[in-house]
Design a protein around this ligand. Structure first.
Ligand code: ATP
Ligand code: MG
Length: 345
């Protein structure tokens, strides 16, 4: 766990970057810091590994006050990923990844073997290891940045807008990868982003900051979306706050029934009972996008609006049809989800 206790940071020029911050970032979880530019996110992050020293207050990592630890040693025990990877341009990818293990005194062979293993972990081909950072795409460089941060298997990872410089498709892929890795690794991650969708997707907790380094609210994504503390947080979450809430709920608990075998539209299946398309009585076809239990209520609602019948096709892991669900059932479930949250308040 990372604990901030009444932490204040005032730079010598008089700027207060972080104001009386008390915050707990749970062990093995992802805490996302969001807020407008200049609100103190990077400063907060850099105080964890002592790249910035607080003016007052205490920061503990795993129960130990960071100021009581050797700064260089502390930094080696905490992975750090920044935008555009922050890679050393004149070192090969493999040597970039091996940086911290070498600093820790591993022999070259062991450090390189570890680096090669991590290349694979982050989804890069082995031959990428011999290249230099400028010979990789932005997304690949970010992967190398993540691999480098993981090299010495640190319990804590600090990530400062790590996916900020890549296009939306690559960004989603990198987010997926991080979620997959985190399932295995259970690191304590502090992640800074400007992108509220990214925060909702990745965060176990989201901390919203306001200019002047004030923490306004820190809560689980569902809680934040359902009950923003004030107008500032609501504004930051944006007009689609309700839909984002639906993106966090899955279809699993929504009932399904048999597919209609008569009527204007029927669902056409292939020989393995996988949905192909909707077909009307006069032979018109409309596409179908089958959904599984782990798909979100938002995807379901979207599909039901696009579907000519208002029905969505539900499938199992093999893509085989298990049943259909109506738009009304999806909406009723969405209402129920919201009501449950309301009661908990
Ligand atoms: N070394 C410094 N000296 C003086 N002021 C600084 C220093 N570093 C940051 N600041 C100021 O502290 C405030 C917080 O900066 P910080 O970089 O933490 O913001 P941020 O939330 O990460 O912003 P962004 O989203 O733009 O990255 C800003 O007003 C910034 O100008
Ligand atoms: Mg910043």
């Amino acid at each position: 766990m990372i604990q901030f206790d009444a932490v204040h940071k005032r730079f010598p020029n008089g700027t207060t970057a972080v104001h009386d911050l008390s915050l707990e970032m749970p062990e093995g979880g992802v805490t996302v810091l969001v807020g407008s530019s200049g609100c103190g996110k990077t400063t907060t992050l850099r105080m964890v590994n002592r790249m910035v020293e607080p003016t007052s207050g205490t920061i503990r990592v795993g129960g130990r006050d960071v100021t009581r630890q050797d700064a260089a040693e502390l930094r080696r025990s905490i992975g750090y990923v920044i935008q555009q990877g922050g890679l050393f341009p004149h070192r090969t990818v493999l040597d970039n990844i091996a940086t911290v293990p070498l600093l820790l005194g591993w022999n070259r062979r062991k450090a390189r073997a570890r680096a090669a293993e991590l290349l694979e972990t982050v989804g890069l081909a082995a031959d990428a290891g011999k290249r230099y950072p400028h010979q990789l795409s932005g997304g690949q460089q970010q992967r190398v940045g993540v691999a480098r941060a993981l090299a010495a298997d640190p319990p804590v990872l600090l990530m400062d807008e790590p996916f900020g410089a890549v296009d939306p498709v690559v960004r989603t892929q990198l987010q997926d990868e991080l979620l997959r890795l985190q399932k295995e690794l259970n690191k304590t991650i502090v992640f800074v982003t400007h992108d509220i969708d990214e925060a909702v997707r990745l965060g176990d907790r989201i901390a919203v900051f306001r200019t002047g380094g004030h923490l306004v609210q820190c809560a689980a994504p569902e809680e934040l979306l359902a009950r923003p503390a004030d107008d500032f947080v609501a504004g930051f979450l944006g007009a689609e706050r309700g839909l984002k809430l639906l993106s966090l709920r899955t279809l699993a608990a929504v009932p399904q029934g048999p597919a209609p075998d008569s009527g204007t539209w029927t669902l056409v299946l292939d020989e393995a009972r996988r949905p192909l398309h909707w077909r009307s009585a006069d032979d018109a076809e409309r596409p179908v996008r089958p959904l599984g239990d782990s798909d979100s209520l938002l995807s379901a609602l979207n599909e039901s609006v696009a579907s000519p019948t208002g029905l969505i096709a539900r499938v199992d892991a093999d893509g085989e049809l298990t049943g259909v669900t109506s738009r009304d059932d999806i909406l009723e479930h969405a209402n129920r989800a919201h009501a449950e949250l309301g009661v908990a308040a």
